[in-house]
Design a binder for this molecule. Structure first.
Ligand SMILES: Cc1cc2nc3c(=O)[nH]c(=O)nc-3n(C[C@H](O)[C@H](O)[C@H](O)COP(=O)(O)OP(=O)(O)OC[C@H]3O[C@@H](n4cnc5c(N)ncnc54)[C@H](O)[C@@H]3O)c2cc1C
Length: 411
């Protein structure tokens, strides 16, 4: 039987490792940090069953102008980082053309539609029920116009992909979220999503489940990966780790390793920040403040505010503009409370220009596999693409695996 070295212990790596293990393969997960310490820790914690369509780049002039002039809090960009990001952004813009985006969404929707079902057995087996809420995801809209546009879009998404939602206003809205203050025009409630009060802890619980089932999780540097005989070797803190196969699940860092192996991965890093606040409010579910692009979620540590996208190079310095603006605005909707010290984090959504994760075999290396590039929804999709990878390893080929395959994506 094969032995897989899984590089990266975020939700993608742990999800892939569990699925490979379930199919009888040996698995060692290698990470330089504790499982679930990076992007899979810092996200908004939503298992996004409603995300049938991946985020396209806007192509209409008013939205582009509001981004260009820095009026939007959803997206922030910096002139200094544009030259480096331009080639990948240009591809992303082209892939965002309506017809192409509609085709991509047909694939994407099949992944997000099964995400809660793929998490369910892992939540149960890892005793993580206490971290999960099955209460959906809300969007607060301040103006009638914004609510109407969102409701029309939700109605289209429901018709096209079967994703349920409803609009609540007035007393119905306050009943749905007793901690609401202020008077937004309404609440769009997506009913299918789940949410997690500590995404890093859920990833660690899944990693502990892998170990309990006989897998290994070790510390090591993925960049030390080398071909060794007919297999692969990576340097672990306690000595070399050998495998017949290796899987790259390094999220935002995947291109660093793959460039050494001759693959140019055009990644767009969409940075996001979170801050924690000592809010007295315990929200029933996470909420997007639609006008300001921030998500509010009650977490174990306090109220977590997560921001939209900042288009930066991965190592650029922090800018707290979106978080500060989002905090001031969200304070009109719920009581935010004082900042919790050291509660500010930033990380990067690992986005590929064609908006689909890369899942499948490396085009030019035997026994090397990819499972990364989950963009805005990797916490949702880790177990799903992991299950798909394990099936691909065992020979599955169909339109879905073709769409995700690195060989068909110009690498
Ligand atoms: C602000 C924000 C909010 C988000 N909200 C959501 C949400 O609500 N729902 C959702 O589904 N998704 C959300 N996302 C996206 C989601 O967090 C990511 O898509 C997902 O976490 C990616 O998982 P991953 O396992 O690929 O990467 P990671 O979790 O980053 O894991 C990669 C791992 O690789 C390891 N690593 C890197 N380099 C090396 C090396 N050289 N050697 C060894 N190990 C290495 C890292 O330590 C890390 O553990 C959000 C993202 C952000 C930034």
């Amino acid at each position: 039987m094969s032995h897989f070295i899984v590089l990266g212990a975020g939700m993608a790596g742990v999800g892939a490792a569990l699925a490979l293990q379930a199919r009888g393969h040996g698995v060692t997960v290698v990470d330089r940090r504790e499982p679930g310490s990076e992007t899979s820790h810092g996200n908004a914690g939503v298992i996004q069953a409603e995300a049938a369509e991946p985020y396209a780049l806007p192509r209409d002039l008013p939205t582009l102008l509001s981004y260009a002039l820095g009026r939007s809090n959803d997206v922030l960009w910096h002139l200094r980082d544009l030259p480096g990001a331009a080639p990948a952004l240009w591809r992303y813009f082209r892939c965002s053309a309506p017809q192409r985006h509609a085709r991509t969404s047909q694939i994407y929707a099949r992944l997000t539609a099964r995400a809660t079902d793929d998490h369910a057995p892992l939540v149960a087996a890892s005793n993580s029920e206490g971290l999960i809420r099955r209460t959906g995801l809300g969007e607060f809209h301040r103006s009638e116009r914004s609510l109407e546009t969102a409701a029309r879009n939700a109605e289209r998404i429901g018709r096209t992909y079967g994703v349920p939602s409803r609009v609540l206003v007035g007393a119905d809205m306050t009943r749905a979220e007793p901690a609401l203050r202020g008077d937004p025009a309404g609440l769009l409630l997506w009913e299918g999503p789940w949410s997690c009060s500590d995404p890093g802890a859920l990833t660690r619980a899944y990693a502990a489940l892998l170990e309990a089932r006989g897998g290994q999780v070790v510390t090591g540097d993925a960049l030390s990966l080398r071909q060794q005989g007919s297999g692969w070797r990576v340097q672990g803190a306690d000595g070399p780790v050998d495998g017949t196969d290796a899987v790259v699940c390094l999220g935002p860092w995947s291109p660093d390793l793959l460039s050494r192996l001759g693959y140019r991965v055009p990644m767009v890093w969409k940075r996001g920040y979170h801050g924690h606040f000592a809010s007295p409010a315990q929200l029933v579910r996470p909420y997007l403040d639609a006008e300001y692009g921030v998500v509010l979620a009650s977490m174990t540590l306090g109220l977590r505010l997560s921001t939209g996208a900042e288009l930066v190079s991965r190592d650029a310095p922090r800018t707290l503009r979106q978080l500060d603006r989002g905090r001031r605005a969200a304070g009109e909707l719920v009581e935010i409370g004082a900042p919790i010290e050291d509660g500010i984090w930033h990380g990067h959504r690992p986005c590929l220009p064609d908006m689909l994760p890369l899942v499948g075999s490396a085009p030019r290396h035997r026994g090397l596999w990819f499972d990364f590039g989950h963009g805005h929804q990797g916490f949702t999709l880790g177990p799903t693409t992991g299950a798909m990878l394990a099936e691909i390893v065992d020979g599955r080929r169909d339109d879905l695996t073709d769409a995700l395959s690195p060989a068909n994506r110009g690498l």
